[in-house]
Design a binder for this molecule. Structure first.
Ligand code: AMP
Length: 315
């Protein structure tokens, strides 16, 4: 099963994704964009849609350009769970400097997310695979309360919610199987500088798997008290905009897992590499521009390059 096999006519279960749908203003050393399409649910849904049908849950205001709704609808993404209401769309602005591994948040305007009550269409409730992308953990909990019998639930978050809604976030962690977090957030929430100790503490809070993303330094998957997989990140010569890299990683990972339905060690390793593949493409242009023009064949080619990059045999 690879990205270019999707669309082969086989009906597969979809992946439910809830999270921010945003207009982002971003500045990097390479350039800047104003109110461009963004949001954790958007990056992860588009990345996941290369592998699996997606059902997106979120909210936008009436200022959200119709072309963005049309773009999501043109992909393997069911947008019936995306509400359009009076008010302004979530807006995040941030900037990157130096190695671009960490965003400096300039402003977070929750806008329509402040009064959002997620209501899942009935057929979404039976979703077997669920990704709670970055958003208020209270909303992640409200979605979880409506899910009937999921096989695998994953979540992501960020420093903003660790600072402002830690109790709710801890409750979410108690109800998920997989946690995606970047290294700084794993250290922040646990108070542990050592990442292996931090991951161990996080696993004790609920998730069986903790996947720590380390920007250009790759990702570590922890399970059963060990580091069970270490993935490199793809060595890019130029990074235009890392916004959404973490979400694209999680979307690629979860889309691949939802489509294969297999939770074996070997399959989760492949999912990490598909996640790294989608994250690397995302960094090559601003907003969703790269994922928008990317083809499944290019995804498979880079996945195979990754295989060669990290391959080694025992002596
Ligand atoms: P990433 O670069 O993968 O960590 O995610 C970037 C995306 O997260 C941007 O498109 C933002 O719109 C979104 N974002 C930023 N802050 C928040 C927040 N507090 N809650 C939810 N999404 C956010």
């Amino acid at each position: 099963m690879s990205a270019s096999d999707v669309g082969d006519g086989v009906k597969r279960a979809g992946l439910l994704i809830v999270g921010s749908v945003a207009l982002d203003s971003v500045e990097t050393p390479v350039g800047k964009v104003e109110r461009a399409l963004g949001g954790a649910a958007v990056y992860s849904s588009v990345a996941a849609s290369f592998f699996s049908p997606v059902r997106i849950v979120g909210v936008v205001g009436e200022d959200f350009p119709k072309e963005h709704l049309d773009f999501l609808g043109s992909r393997n993404i069911d947008t019936r769970g995306l509400q359009v209401v009076d008010g302004k769309t979530f807006h995040w602005s941030g900037s990157y400097e130096g190695d671009m591994n960490e965003a400096q948040t300039i402003a977070t305007e929750l806008n329509v997310f402040q009064d959002f009550k997620p209501e899942l269409p009935d057929d979404y409730k039976a979703s077997k695979f669920v990704f709670l992308a970055n958003i208020d953990p209270s909303l992640q909990l409200q979605v979880l309360d409506q899910i009937e019998d999921a096989e695998l639930v994953a979540c992501d978050t960020m420093n903003f919610w660790i600072d402002n809604k830690k109790d709710e976030l801890v409750e979410v962690l108690g109800r998920v199987d997989i946690l995606f977090m970047n290294d700084a957030e794993a250290r922040q929430i646990t108070g542990e500088v050592n990442l292996t100790k931090a991951a161990d503490k996080l696993r004790k809070m609920g998730p069986r798997y903790v996947i720590v993303k380390k920007g250009e330094h790759g990702a570590l998957m922890y399970c059963d008290g060990n580091t069970c997989f270490a993935a490199a990140s793809y060595p890019l010569e130029e990074i235009a905009d890392p916004t959404g890299a973490g979400d694209s990683f999680a979307g690629g990972f979860m889309g691949y897992v939802a489509n294969t339905g297999e939770l074996s060690d070997g399959n989760l390793r492949k999912a990490v590499i598909y996640g790294s593949t989608m994250a690397s493409f995302n960094c090559q242009d601003f907003s969703l521009n790269m994922l928008q023009r990317l083809t499944p064949e290019e995804v498979d080619r880079r996945y195979n390059e990754f295989k060669r990059l990290v391959f080694f045999e025992e002596f």
